[in-house]
Write a protein of this length. Structure first.
Length: 300
């Protein structure tokens, strides 16, 4: 397994560490002190706010299971990004917030998530974004503190730990990219939920014991009252929504007869050049990019 790491300062490191330990895909954590100006500081020295260090958690994760983007979004759930040197009841420069990275390739991801979060606030965010210059682990007493002391002090609401355990829910679905004889592609519009009015390819979850192809045939019967011929797998897309990770297997399909909309608000047939005229769900955009590439290569 190839792992990566990111260093996150989110106030008192006891709670921040415990929060990230709940997330599937996090391999290990270690609390310590980051980006100060003295050598090998002790907890007592850092507590004086004269060393320049921030209480920080090293988060080691498996990028095959969880993305940096998702971890950073979860980080912003656990902090007040507009509060300078203060999180909860804990105050001092050691409790400042920060994202410290060891791989320069991570900076664009950090900046993208930061910009998304900044758009939610009128005031400027005070979260540091810097390369990691120094990190010293704290002593054993502070490691896994809330595992050792479940009723110990924590600036984070306990409900956040349950949220972190559930937030990484993984959903596996199949989707039908249905072509007609003229090369047009069938798109459906959602009529419910958070993503109401957005467009998607029809399909749904794989039930226990089903093959992907059988699941897709069943979903199309349920959604469109139609039969389809399932062809080749076009692409498997992995996408992190705010509260879950979606794996979507997209198959090239064709209708075997007519259809009736049973769940969607609307539907339309789109020529390849018309695909960008509707607002697609973020995960489905991955197939739109694939179709656009195929069109340029003359394969659509």
């Amino acid at each position: 397994m190839t792992t990566k790491d990111i260093y996150l300062a989110g106030g008192c490191f006891w709670g921040t560490e415990h929060f990230f330990k709940q997330i599937a895909g996090v391999v290990s954590t270690e609390v310590g002190f980051a980006n100060g100006h003295t050598d090998a500081p002790t907890y007592e020295q850092v507590y004086t706010d004269t060393t320049g260090y921030a209480e920080t958690v090293q988060v080691v994760y498996d990028p095959a299971q969880v993305t940096l983007e998702f971890l950073l979004r979860m980080f912003f759930v656990a902090i007040d990004p507009t509060s300078l040197n203060k999180q909860g009841h804990d105050e001092g420069t050691r409790y400042r917030t920060g994202i410290y990275y060891t791989d320069d390739a991570d900076r664009p991801v950090i900046d993208t998530v930061f910009a998304e979060e900044q758009a939610k606030y009128a005031e400027a965010l005070v979260v540091e974004r810097e390369p990691l210059r120094a990190f010293y682990p704290a002593d054993e007493y502070h490691q896994d503190y809330l595992d050792k002391h479940p009723d110990g002090y924590c600036h984070l609401p306990r409900a956040l730990f349950a949220y972190a355990r559930q937030a990484r829910k993984r959903i596996e679905v199949v989707a039908a990219v249905i072509f007609d004889a003229e090369g047009r592609i069938f798109a459906t519009q959602r009529g419910y939920g958070e993503w109401k009015d957005w467009w998607e390819f029809p399909g749904g979850k794989i039930e226990a014991g089903e093959s992907r192809e059988d699941a897709l045939r069943r979903e199309i019967r349920e959604e469109l009252d139609a039969e389809i011929e399932v062809g080749e797998l076009m692409k498997t897309i992995d996408y992190d929504y705010p509260n879950f990770h979606l794996t979507m297997h997209c198959y090239k399909c064709c209708l075997m007869g007519g259809l009736t909309l049973k769940e969607h608000e609307a539907a339309k047939w789109l020529a390849p050049k018309e695909l960008q005229t509707v607002q697609w769900l973020p995960a489905d955009e991955g197939i739109i990019e694939e179709l656009a590439h195929d069109e340029r290569q003359g394969r659509v």
